[in-house]
Design a protein around this ligand. Structure first.
Ligand code: RFL
Ligand code: PHB
Length: 389
């Protein structure tokens, strides 16, 4: 099998890259180890920056997003029994849109398949090779048979646990990382959200987040210990803990309903540099991870491949290498801004060390500052909504 750009991974990064290259007349094949059903159902991120929405709309895959996505112009910070609104749109002119990652994935898969795009699901044993030659080849198994995909370039969009990053020889990449002493327990519930905007709550028992997916479905998160077993969290315990951490404002209560899905996600910050080795280009979670508190992961994945789409287009149009050469440097500027913001939001809102009252006082002082200073609130807001598209 032959293509121009071989893409490993059908998450937001890989699918969007395939879509962008198709619009430029560049052929791709996407290799995905899971089934279509699995990637379309995987519940993950939910917040799109204005720039991500603009990209999806501009490239013709934003129709359902514009219809079903929920535009939010502020977020709420809840602490010390008070609620404070950060009016993001007033402060920045931009807004966020709540639209599930799996909906973005569904829309992109539908768009690719409608125009004859090749996505191979349920492939095994993917091995990118020849990356330091002009003729890379990705070997894999599909339907029980060995196969080869010959290409000009390989895009590694296979997430944190993928194989692409590991195809780079030892000693080439530098890794920067941090793990946090807590995780998030996330639930999807069939309950109308009791909120119009997301609530980020700081509580002495730990962080809680009230988000949503639609007027009928709520998405909620709790800070828990990193080694927490989901079996120890029956639904009633989850609701009780959510009530304790969120119902801290007089007269306000959350809406409960059947829990449709639940899971625990570890929190980490991680960056690998550079994002390219020879003919391998890495994008999205394959090269950087942020803790979800800043809602940046899916947005970074999309902004990486927007750069990569332009860079491949310049190469195929006339052999220009400058954008491909600049890819890692350009992408990493935004990656590090998001790394800092995500680390900052995480440190601000989580219970870090229960034995250290000094730390808690600092968090309280910062929360008070960010909710009373227009300058500080503007900094939060412009990072949260993301750079202008
Ligand atoms: P993905 O989505 O992980 O896709 C990688 C794909 O590669 C496949 N794969 C392979 N395919 C072939 N061969 C192999 N060897 C392979 N190994 C893996 C995988 O099956 C998968 O289909 O990476 P991508 O495209 O870079 O996208 C990144 C985002 O998924 C991620 O950053 C976000 O979900 C992070 N995130 C959030 N991001 C936001 O922008 N806003 C949010 O509100 C937000 N909230 C979240 C989040 C992530 C969360 N979890 C579960 C980690 C909330 C949570 C709870
Ligand atoms: C979500 O709706 O899944 C969500 C929202 C905001 C975050 C993280 C996740 O910071």
């Amino acid at each position: 099998m032959r293509t121009q750009v071989g893409i490993v991974g059908a998450g937001p990064a890989g699918l969007m890259l395939s879509h962008l290259l198709h619009l430029r007349g560049i052929d791709t094949v996407v290799l995905e180890c899971r089934s279509r059903d699995h990637v379309e159902r995987r519940v993950r991120a939910g917040v799109l920056e204005q720039g991500s929405v603009d990209l999806l709309v501009r490239t013709g895959v934003g129709e359902r997003l514009l219809r079903e996505g929920l535009r939010h112009e502020g977020i709420e910070l809840r602490f010390d029994g008070e609620s404070h609104r950060v009016p993001m749109t007033e402060l920045t002119g931009r807004a966020i849109t709540v639209y599930g990652q799996q909906e973005v994935v569904k829309d992109l898969i539908a768009a690719r398949l409608a125009t004859g795009g090749r996505i191979l699901f349920e492939v095994d044993d993917v091995r990118p090779g020849g990356l330091d030659t002009d003729a890379p080849v990705i070997r894999f198994r599909h339907g029980g048979r060995a196969a080869e995909l010959h290409c000009d370039f390989v895009a590694g969009c296979d997430g944190f646990h993928g194989v692409s990053r590991a195809a780079v020889p030892a000693g080439v990449l530098s890794t920067y990382e941090r793990t946090y002493p807590f995780a998030w327990l996330g639930v999807l519930a069939a309950a109308p959200p009791a909120v119009d905007e997301l609530i980020y709550a700081y509580h002495e028992r730990g962080f809680a987040l009230y988000s949503l997916r639609s007027p009928q479905v709520s998405r909620l998160y709790l800070q828990v210990a990193p080694d927490e077993d989901i079996a120890d969290w029956p639904d009633e315990r989850i609701w009780s803990e959510l009530r304790t951490r969120l119902e801290t404002v007089p007269g306000w209560s959350l809406n409960e309903g059947p829990i449709l899905a639940k899971g625990i996600t570890p929190m980490r910050s991680f960056v690998v540099e550079p994002m390219r080795w020879q003919r391998l280009f890495l994008a999205g979670d394959a090269v950087h991870i942020v803790p979800p508190t800043g809602a940046k992961g899916m947005n970074l994945a999309l902004s990486d491949v927007a750069l990569l789409g332009d860079a491949f287009a310049a190469w195929y149009a006339g052999g220009r290498t400058d954008l491909l050469d600049a890819y890692s440097r350009t992408a990493l500027e935004r990656v590090w801004r998001a790394q800092h913001f995500s680390w900052w939001m995480t440190s601000l809102l989580h219970r870090l060390n229960t034995d250290d009252p000094y730390e808690a006082k600092l968090q309280s002082a910062q929360l008070r500052y960010v909710t009373t200073s227009r300058a500080y609130a503007t900094s939060l807001a412009e990072n949260y909504v993301g750079p202008p598209g």
